[in-house]
Write a protein that binds this ligand. Sequence first.
Ligand SMILES: C[S@@+](CC[C@H](N)C(=O)[O-])C[C@H]1O[C@@H](n2cnc3c(N)ncnc32)[C@H](O)[C@@H]1O
Length: 266
Amino acid sequence: MTIDAPTLSAWLARRESADARSRAPELATHAAALTRTPRVVHDLGSGTGGMMRWLAPVLGGTQTWVLHDWDAALLAEAAAAPPDGVTVRTHVADLAGLDAADLAGASLVTASALLDVLDRRQLEAIVSASMSAGVPVYVTLSVTGRVDLDPPHAADRALETAFNAHQRRAHGDGRRLLGPDAVEVAADLFRAGGWSLRTAEAPWDLGGGDRALVEEWLDGWIDAACAQDPTLTDSGAAHRARRRAQLRDGALRVRVAHRDLLAWPP
Ligand SMILES: C[S@@+](CC[C@H](N)C(=O)[O-])C[C@H]1O[C@@H](n2cnc3c(N)ncnc32)[C@H](O)[C@@H]1O
């Protein structure tokens, strides 16, 4: 299923502040220290530019951001209002075809909330192009599959298992997305190339102040789990009602695990 640009744009807007407070700050500082000037950042799967708005102030000074995405409407939105001191260029293409020439002149390659929606071929293209460019790679907010709801309930683990299987499912065209395994696969590829690596946990920690985001995330989580395992349909519906009531009462917290990764050449 491909999500249309307005729906994806609204989802990205809803999650932007949670994303901003979840990325591990120590890796951002380290990425900034490794980035040579002039700062030319290539952001892969940039969507509407959330990573640029968050990282540009950390990098500081004048910067050029080259935003890569296969959705031209999202890129147009991102380019419409760049942060102070930032010049934006856009590149509409499937990341599966990314090569070193696309990253010419880069001083940093970034991505956020991207890896888990890629298949192995796309991930290998990104890692290979980045390694050829020979610049640091900073990838944030890759989902790793663990979800903890508070208060816990017995139904959570069955939904988690089915959701993760759905993330890894094969598509009609034979592609299999990496889902929660993607960040480990990326780390292995960088290690095999002799690159240095640092990772950090970057969980969404959501509560009453994130009600709209939690509601939308919960619907997506339960819908995908039930699509994967239809035997969960009835218990999933009951669980959705239970969790929504807790959310309305301010009695639900959600922790969604993510990992950030920073890799740099020898
Ligand atoms: C979950 S969004 C994250 C957007 C942005 N990085 C952020 O954190 O707000 C994933 C983005 O990757 C893009 N994308 C996914 N697969 C892609 C591919 N194979 N080639 C190009 N863009 C892709 C989508 O269009 C979408 O904008």
